[in-house]
Design a protein around this ligand. Structure first.
Ligand code: PLP
Length: 429
């Protein structure tokens, strides 16, 4: 999607957006998405739907920085878990929802590993403007997310199969029934997700960091970030573009395999499509399915693949893969720093650590890791990591190749006896 910027009122400098801060009584100025409406003007602002998304903060996190190998003052966490539905998906949903309403849609559908459906269900129930139809794979959705879809009253269709299966079906069904599709194939969602980068810049007083590190699932975020910086540069609002690091889970690593192993790139609009088809054919022939504890990125056929490799070109990007063990250890470090996140989000921190150890990211650089979802989204993974119950650990994590919990904070078992309890507290505190 491209705008005719020369015919639109574009701010002359990014700090012009600060004038919106004094108008928090206006929901479109309060929204962390719509206060940047000038940079995503596909629907008139008065018709944009908001539930207060994007009130998220960039946190300096020296403790996590130490773990990653970044000098004090250099590592930041953009905590998108603080959105109304608990994940960054609300940034894009407010945009897709606004577009859906502007074309008169009455029902919206999505396939989801959980957070998109939670977000859609929330927008539908808060605004009462549309009905949500949600497709999820069976047994593939974290309870925090499923509970949201159900609680918000969305029609939830559980398909036997995984995300990739649910995705294929929702496309057919929405076409057949004329339902508006809000999956990441929806380009308006990416427009909303650009604002995550605008807020990062805002928090850094409009200074461009050196690196943006983001988990890669359907590759909507990475695509949106590339577009955001491409446009800011095009508009002369920044003079430099940060580098992008996209982190796959090792059990769902299509982007890593194609970009880093096979050298696939955007080539200014002429990528090797045949190589991608060959890769998918081999994947299907070998019946390879995505598998990772980071369910939000458990995706083998990322729908935004082409847009993402374009973003990699724009931002001189790199791709890495991290194991579930690395993801959970990083997640525990993020949690210990006070900003809990779900497993997929911690892939960004694990990936940053890997890139520092490789010398790709320098210890003195300014690095922003995106924490995509809230800690409470997937309590099972967290409890299993910290548990003393070996059976639970094995069931949830052992099957995923996770063998130790280096940063486990174990509950202390003690009998219901005052002296014993006091003794235990004195021993451990
Ligand atoms: C959707 C999601 C992702 C994956 O993001 P993409 O834009 O699809 O790459 C990562 N983390 C969380 C928590 C998500 O909900």
């Amino acid at each position: 999607m491209a705008y005719a910027w020369d015919r639109l009122p574009v701010p002359r400098k990014l700090s012009d957006f600060e004038r919106k801060w004094s108008r928090r009584y206006d929901p479109h100025c309060f929204s962390g998405v719509w206060r940047f409406h000038d940079l995503l003007p596909f629907v008139p602002v008065e018709r944009c739907v908001t539930v207060g998304e994007g009130q998220t903060l960039l946190h300096l996190a020296d403790g996590v920085g130490r773990y990653v190998g970044i000098n004090p003052g250099g590592l930041f966490l953009q905590y998108e878990g603080m959105n109304p539905s608990g994940s960054f998906k609300d940034n894009g949903m407010s945009a897709a929802f606004s577009h859906a309403r502007s074309v008169g849609a009455e029902r919206a559908a999505c396939a989801s590993t959980g957070n998109t459906s939670a977000s859609l269900a929330l927008y539908c129930s808060v605004t009462r403007l549309m009905k949500a139809v949600i497709f999820v794979g069976s047994g593939k959705i974290a309870y925090g997310k499923l509970s949201q879809a159900l609680d918000y009253g969305a029609l939830t269709v559980q398909i036997s199969g995984d995300f990739d299966d649910a995705m294929a079906r929702v496309k057919e069904v929405s076409k057949e029934l004329g339902i508006y599709l809000v999956n990441s194939v929806n380009p308006f969602r990416l427009e909303g997700q650009k604002t995550i980068m605008f807020r990062v810049l805002e928090a850094l007083r409009w200074e461009v960091p050196d690196w943006i590190v983001v988990p890669g699932g359907n590759l909507g975020n990475s695509s949106a970030f590339g577009k955001a910086f491409f446009e800011l540069k095009q508009l002369g609002l920044i003079d430099r573009v940060p580098r992008l690091a996209i982190i796959n889970a090792a059990g769902a690593n299509t982007l890593y395999e194609l970009v880093e192993k096979q050298g696939l790139s955007w080539k200014q609009g002429d990528p090797d499509g045949a190589a991608v088809c060959r890769y998918y054919d081999e994947m299907d022939a070998g019946q390879r399915r995505a598998s990772t504890i980071a369910s939000a990125i458990e995706i083998n056929r990322p729908v935004n693949f082409n847009k993402c490799i374009r973003a990699i070109e724009v931002m001189d990007g790199v791709v890495r893969e991290v194991t579930d063990q690395q993801i959970l250890d990083a997640k525990a470090q993020v949690g210990a720093g006070g900003l809990g996140c779900e497993p997929a989000s911690a892939a960004s921190v694990a990936g940053a650590k890997k890139l520092v150890s490789e010398g790709v990211i320098g210890a003195d650089e300014r690095v922003v890791c995106i924490l995509t979802g809230h800690q409470l989204k997937d309590p099972t993974a967290t409890v299993a990591y910290h548990t003393t119950d070996q059976e639970l650990f094995n069931k949830v994590l052992g099957s995923r190749g996770v063998h130790r919990a280096a940063f486990a904070n174990r509950a202390v078992a003690v009998s219901n006896d005052l002296d014993e309890i006091i003794k235990a507290i004195q021993l451990y505190s």
